[in-house]
Write a protein that binds this ligand. Structure first.
Ligand SMILES: NC(=O)c1ccc[n+]([C@@H]2O[C@H](COP(=O)([O-])OP(=O)(O)OC[C@H]3O[C@@H](n4cnc5c(N)ncnc54)[C@H](O)[C@@H]3O)[C@@H](O)[C@H]2O)c1
Length: 667
C-alpha cells in the first residue's frame, strides 16, 4: 500500500507550508513524549493543563524558528547535508527561545510577581528538565521524517523504473565513481550502472558501492547481451588521444552505443549533470591531442580592433566569428550573400555577446551583419571604404569540387574575382591584415575549384609584394574539416539515419581531416605569426580512408557495417582526386615556431602579370565561354591537370601545342 502510495505520488511536491505544519506537529509530539518521560507516564490534570499551554507556546516558537532558518523550503525527497544542518538549527533555536522565556519568567518571579493564566500560576513555561528531553526527541522526529520520505521515495520509485538502460562505466577512477553516484542518486536517471570496466590489475574483481569492476577484455558481445547492456559510458576524459583510440577500437567492436563524460573540473559544483553525458561522435574518433594556442598573441592581434569576416554564415566563417568574439574585437562585421544563415548567426551571436559583455573585464563589441556578394566589386569597395576594418578574414567561396567543375564561370566569379575585389579594396584602404582561407585542393589542382583557389592565392601573394601595398596578405591552407556544410560526415549521417546504403566514391579514397574549431584556432595562430606573403599550411595528421570513416560512423550508430547498413561505391566524381596532396611535405615546406603550422615554399609572381591574367578572364566570363576560361586557368597554373573531367582534353591540347612549339624551336 505504502509502495503504491509513493509510486502514485512520486511527482507530488509538498508545499513548504505543509512541511511547516508537519514539522510543528512533530515538535508537539516530541513535547508530549518528553513530558510523559519526565513524569513517568503519570500526568495529573494540572500537568495536562500545563502541557496544553506549553504546546500553544511551542507552536508559536516553532513557527518562528522554522521561518528564521527556512528549513521548510527544501525538497524533502532531496534532503541534503544543508537541510540536516537547518533542522539542527531549528531544534536549537526553539530550545534557546523556550529557555529564554523560562529565564524571563524566572526574573518575573523574582520580582515577587506571578504569571497567572486561567487561575493557574506559572513559574516556568516548559520545565528545563522537559526541555532537555524534548531537544533530542524533536531532532530525531524531524530528521526521521525527512529520511523516511527520502529513502522511501528513492527505493520505491527508483526500483520500479525497470526500463532503465543498463550501462557499464569505463574507468573506475574519480570520474567513473562520480558517474555512478550521479546515476544512482537521480530518481529521473535513465541509466542503471551494472559494472565498471577498468584494466588496472589492482581494481579488477573489486567493487565500488556494490558495483563490480571487470576486466575490459572480459567484456564481449555475449557478456553485454546476457546482461542487456546497451551503452558504455567512457569516464576517462584525461587520457591521451592514443589511449582513447585503443579504447574506441575495442568498444566499436562491441556494437553498443558509446557515451562520454567531460573532465571532473567541468562538473557543476562537483556534480555531473545528466546532459553532460553525451554520445561519442566521429569528431571524437578523429580528434588529435588538443592544439596549444598562443592566446596572448592572438589577443594582441584582435583585441579592440575592427574585424571583417566574409562567408561568415558558412561553416568556417561561423566558427571564426564565434572564436573571435572571445578575443574582444571592438567591431565584428559579418558578411555573407546567404541571407537566412546570416540571420540565424545573428540570433546565435547576440546571445553569446550578451553573456560576454556581462563580464566586467569585457569591453563592448558592435556586431554588424551585412548581406553582400563579394564578386560585386562596387559593393565590396564601398563596404571596405566605409568599414575600414583592421583585419579581414576571407572565407567566402564556392567549395564543392564536382559542382564547380560544372560551373567554372561561377567558380571564377566568386573564388577569383571575389578575392581580387576584396584584396584590392583592403590594400587601397590600408587594412592591416588580410587572411584568406584556402584549401589543400589548391595544391597541384585537379579541379576547377582547386585551380580557382590557387589563382586567388597567387593574386593576394603577388599583391602583398606590390610596391605601395601596406596590407599583409596571408594564406592559410588546410584539408577537409569535419561536419562542415556538405561534408562527407554529414552525408554519411543522413544515409545511416535513412537505413543506408552509405555511398563511398572509391574503396581506396583517403582524405585529411580536422575539426572546424581546430582549423580556426590554427587560422588565428597563423594569422598572428604572419607578416605578409606567406602561405601557411596545417599539419592534418594521418590521412583517413573514407571507407573506414563510413564503417566507424555506422558502428557508432550501433549498426554492423555491410550487414545492417551496406556500403556501396559510386565512382570518383568530376575533378576529384583519390589521394589529397600531403600538405606538410618537408621538401616543400619550412617549419614555424608552432609544431602544427608550416610555411609553404612557393614561387613568387609579379603582381602586374597576375593582374593581367585575371583581366583576361573577364571576357570569357562575360561571354560564358567555359573552355576558354579553363584554358586560361591551365596556362597560368601549369600544375593544374584535370582529373576525371571534360576539361582533361584541354591538357592534351596544351601538351600538343607545347611540343609543337619545342619542335619548331629545335628545327
Ligand atoms: N569545408 C572544408 O572542408 C574546407 C577545408 C579547407 C578549406 N576550406 C575553405 O574554407 C572556405 C569556407 O568553407 P566552408 O566549409 O565554410 O564553406 P561554406 O559553404 O559552409 O561557407 C561558405 C560561405 O561563403 C558564402 N559565399 C559564397 N559565395 C559568396 C559570395 N559571392 N559573397 C559572399 N558570400 C559568399 C556562402 O554563402 C557560405 O555561407 C572555402 O574557401 C573552402 O575552400 C573548407
Amino acid at each position: 500500500m505504502i509502495k503504491k502510495f509513493f509510486l502514485r505520488h512520486s511527482n507530488l511536491i509538498l508545499s513548504r507550508w505543509i512541511v511547516l505544519v508537519i514539522d510543528v506537529f512533530l515538535m508537539e509530539c516530541a513535547l508530549i513524549i518528553a513530558n510523559l518521560l519526565r513524569f513517568d507516564f503519570v500526568l495529573s490534570e494540572l500537568t495536562i493543563y500545563h502541557i496544553r499551554m506549553q504546546m500553544l507556546m511551542l507552536a508559536v516558537i516553532g513557527v518562528i524558528s522554522i521561518l528564521i532558518t527556512g528549513s521548510h523550503k527544501g525538497l524533502i525527497r532531496h534532503t541534503s547535508q544543508k537541510d540536516i544542518f537547518n533542522i539542527i538549527k531549528v531544534g536549537t533555536l526553539t530550545i534557546i527561545l523556550l529557555a529564554t522565556i523560562n529565564y524571563g519568567l524566572f526574573l518575573f518571579d523574582n520580582m515577587n510577581k506571578r504569571l497567572v493564566i486561567g487561575g493557574v500560576e506559572y513559574w516556568m513555561l516548559v520545565p528545563n528538565s522537559v526541555l532537555l528531553i524534548f531537544y533530542p526527541i524533536s531532532l530525531f522526529l524531524l530528521l526521521f521524517f525527512r529520511m523516511f520520505i527520502k529513502l522511501a521515495y528513492y527505493n520505491l520509485t527508483i526500483q520500479e523504473k525497470l526500463n532503465r538502460i543498463h550501462v557499464l562505466v569505463y574507468g573506475a577512477g574519480k570520474e567513473g565513481i562520480g558517474v555512478l553516484q550521479t546515476l544512482a542518486g537521480l530518481p529521473s536517471s535513465p541509466y542503471k550502472v551494472l559494472g565498471f570496466m577498468d584494466d588496472h590489475p589492482g581494481k579488477i574483481g573489486k567493487s565500488v558501492q556494490g558495483v563490480p569492476i571487470v576486466n575490459p577484455e572480459s567484456v564481449t558481445r555475449e557478456f553485454l547481451q546476457k546482461r542487456e547492456i546497451e551503452e558504455i559510458i567512457l569516464a576517462m576524459p584525461n587520457i591521451s588521444e592514443k589511449q582513447k583510440d585503443v579504447i574506441y577500437e575495442r568498444l566499436l567492436d562491441l556494437n553498443v552505443a558509446i557515451k562520454s563524460v567531460p573532465p571532473v573540473e567541468t562538473w557543476i559544483n562537483g556534480e555531473l549533470n545528466l546532459h553532460q553525458i553525451r554520445k561519442i561522435n566521429i569528431e571524437d574518433l578523429l580528434q588529435r591531442d588538443p592544439i596549444r594556442l598562443d592566446n596572448q598573441t592572438v589577443l594582441r592581434e584582435v583585441f579592440g580592433k575592427s574585424v571583417l569576416i566574409t562567408g561568415a554564415a558558412g561553416s568556417i566563417g561561423q566558427e571564426l566569428s564565434r572564436q573571435l568574439l572571445h578575443f574582444n574585437p571592438s567591431r565584428l562585421v559579418l558578411v555573407d550573400q546567404a541571407e537566412t544563415p546570416l540571420f540565424e548567426l545573428e540570433q546565435e551571436l547576440t546571445e553569446v555577446v550578451q553573456t560576454l559583455e556581462s563580464r566586467s573585464y569585457f569591453q563592448k563589441i558592435s556586431l554588424c551583419y551585412i548581406v553582400a556578394d563579394v564578386s560585386n566589386n562596387d559593393r565590396v569597395k564601398l563596404l571596405i571604404a566605409e568599414e575600414k576594418p583592421h583585419l579581414v578574414y576571407h572565407a567566402a567561396a564556392y567549395k564543392h569540387v564536382p559542382l564547380m567543375e560544372a560551373h567554372p564561370l561561377e567558380a571564377i566569379r566568386v573564388n577569383v574575382f571575389g578575392t581580387c575585389n576584396l584584396a584590392d579594396a583592403a590594400s587601397e584602404n590600408g587594412v592591416e591584415k588580410f587572411v584568406m582561407i584556402s584549401t589543400d585542393k589548391a595544391v597541384n589542382p585537379t579541379s576547377i575549384m582547386g585551380a580557382t583557389k590557387r589563382l586567388a592565392e597567387i593574386y593576394i601573394q603577388s599583391l602583398n609584394h606590390n610596391p605601395g601595398n601596406k596590407t599583409a596578405f596571408i594564406t592559410t591552407r588546410f584539408g577537409n574539416v569535419l561536419g562542415s556544410n556538405g561534408s562527407v560526415t554529414r552525408t554519411f549521417n543522413k544515409q545511416i539515419q535513412a537505413g543506408g546504403p552509405v555511398t563511398v566514391t572509391h574503396p581506396d579514397i583517403t582524405r585529411y581531416f580536422m575539426t572546424i574549431p581546430e582549423a580556426c584556432q590554427l587560422v588565428f595562430e597563423a594569422a598572428a605569426m604572419g607578416s605578409g606573403g606567406e602561405i601557411f599550411i596545417f599539419d592534418m595528421g594521418q590521412p583517413v580512408k573514407i571507407v573506414d570513416l563510413a564503417r566507424n560512423m555506422i558502428r557508432l550508430s550501433g549498426y554492423t557495417p555491410d550487414r545492417e547498413i551496406k556500403i556501396v561505391y559510386s565512382g570518383l566524381r568530376p575533378g576529384e582526386k583519390l589521394y589529397e596532396e600531403l600538405l606538410n611535405d618537408k621538401e616543400r615546406t619550412l617549419p614555424t615556431h608552432h609544431p602544427k603550422i608550416m610555411k609553404a615554399k612557393v614561387r613568387d609572381y609579379a603582381f602586374d602579370e597576375v593582374s593581367r591574367m585575371v583581366g583576361y578572364m573577364t571576357e570569357p566570363v562575360r561571354n560564358g565561354d567555359r573552355r576558354a576560361l579553363v584554358r586560361l586557368l591551365k596556362q597560368f597554373i601549369p600544375e593544374y591537370i584535370s582529373n576525371n573531367s571534360i576539361y582533361r582534353t584541354l591538357d592534351f591540347d596544351i601538351e600538343r601545342e607545347r611540343k609543337a612549339v619545342e619542335i619548331k624551336r629545335t628545327n
